[in-house]
Design a protein around this ligand. Structure first.
Ligand SMILES: [Zn+2]
Length: 217
């Protein structure tokens, strides 16, 4: 989870040095960090403005507007319906910003900002829990689009198996497992051979066991 570098509330403006009110939360992030929706929302505004820089605004089901500022890229457009886990944007350093970070802000239906970490009376949950950095995280903490346990194109667990990336050896066309006779004879079934001719390979067996020592051709 991204580090919170500035909380909601009164602060000294980091650019002007003047007392100011911070209407959102700042999360320090490398430029290009993906931001995901944590609840169903409708995108209301996408654009650029000198303060917020590149921004995305989106409204949730209770009419709260979630504002993401200082973005590097925007992945949605006005009117888009976004669901938990959908990518909204990448973080950046645009607009009035002293370093790469996400400014995340919530405006209530009356237009007033609210601490995004406070509880929304409409849902009984905080407006945000992670700023949107956890893919698939929803308001109730469940995982909306859990990654499959075995991802395609990823090495998969194979305890005791072949090393990852090494295809299994081809299955020979003789389930008995013996290699074909190098000089082209048909190799007999070894058990049938012992039944028919006795065990010619075990010197501990007595003469009476060696009923026949002929090797079939
Ligand atoms: Zn901010």
């Amino acid at each position: 989870m991204a580090r919170v570098t500035s909380k909601y509330g009164p602060r000294t403006d980091p650019v002007t040095g003047e007392p100011a009110f911070h209407h959102g939360i700042d999360y320090a992030t490398p430029v290009g960090t993906p931001i995901y929706a944590n609840q169903p929302m409708t995108v209301t505004k996408v654009g650029y403005e000198p303060g917020y820089g590149k921004y995305v605004y989106a409204k949730d089901a209770n009419g709260n507007e979630h504002r993401y500022g200082h973005l590097d890229s925007q992945n949605v457009k006005p009117g888009d319906t976004i669901n938990p886990g959908d990518k909204i944007a990448n973080t950046g350093n645009t607009g009035k910003s002293t370093g790469p970070h996400l400014h995340y802000e919530v405006r209530k239906p009356d237009g007033n900002s609210v601490d995004p970490q406070s509880v929304d009376p409409a849902t009984g949950k905080p407006y945000t829990d992670s700023g949107g950095f956890e893919k698939g995280k929803t308001m109730d903490g469940s995982n909306a689009n859990k990654e499959p346990d075995y991802k395609p194109n990823q090495p998969q667990p194979n305890p005791g198996g072949n090393p990852p990336g090494v295809p299994p050896p081809p299955v020979p066309n003789n389930p008995g497992g013996r290699p074909p006779d190098p000089i082209g004879r048909t190799t007999p079934d070894i058990n049938k051979f012992f039944r028919d001719f006795g065990n010619v390979f075990n010197p501990r067996l007595g003469a009476s066991d060696l009923r026949d020592t002929r090797v079939p051709r």
